[in-house]
Design a protein around this ligand. Sequence first.
Ligand SMILES: Cc1cc2nc3c(=O)[nH]c(=O)nc-3n(C[C@H](O)[C@H](O)[C@H](O)COP(=O)(O)O)c2cc1C
Length: 207
Amino acid sequence: MKILAINGSERARGSTWLAVQEILSHARSRGCAAEEIHLAEHRVTACDCGRCNSRPDPCPVDDEVGEIVAAMVEADAVFLAAPVHGFGLSSLMQTFIERAGVGFLRFERPLTNTIGAAVVIGRRYGHLDVHAQLLHNLLLNRFIVVGSGFPVTVYSGGEQGIASDVEGLDALHRTVDRVIDVGLTLAGAGIELPRPRDAERRVGRTN
Ligand SMILES: Cc1cc2nc3c(=O)[nH]c(=O)nc-3n(C[C@H](O)[C@H](O)[C@H](O)COP(=O)(O)O)c2cc1C
């Protein structure tokens, strides 16, 4: 099983990176292939064409979001990991979600039936709002969203950073386990989830 974790922090080696390392090492300890993408190390450019949400073709903006989306399509499961900034999603992850969404995903929803989960890192405030936002995006893209009970919200403000948040890391490990359990159960039953591609329906809307 191939797992991909995407780090949406502007600080490529900060607390979100540490949480991503937890995802990867736990997944590898279960025998999975695990890869990471740190958005801060890629060109993720906000589109300024002004009509990306309605144009019938991908926006020709020159960045690396297409490659990142291709890596997501290749994965069996994707973790979106992002820090809380200003009570909301980090600007980088927000830009990526918007750019990937209108630039690549809305045409055929190619991530349909990929397993998905959200991980949020922050000092103390706004984690659940950001977690909900990530879940909404996973749902929009027709992921199979997997959780372990408590949402994975990790507090980075303790003396030892995220290592101080034992409960948050427990939720993270349990969610990685659940993602793997669901993936392996489907594979063990010989079920290869279909990846139907169909255009977004916009009933009654012109934009
Ligand atoms: C611009 C900015 C805004 C932030 N806003 C919040 C916030 O609203 N709530 C919160 O709990 N933490 C907030 N933080 C703290 C970060 O979420 C926290 O430091 C997190 O660990 C950062 O992850 P990183 O190390 O991967 O960048 C903010 C940090 C920055 C830089």
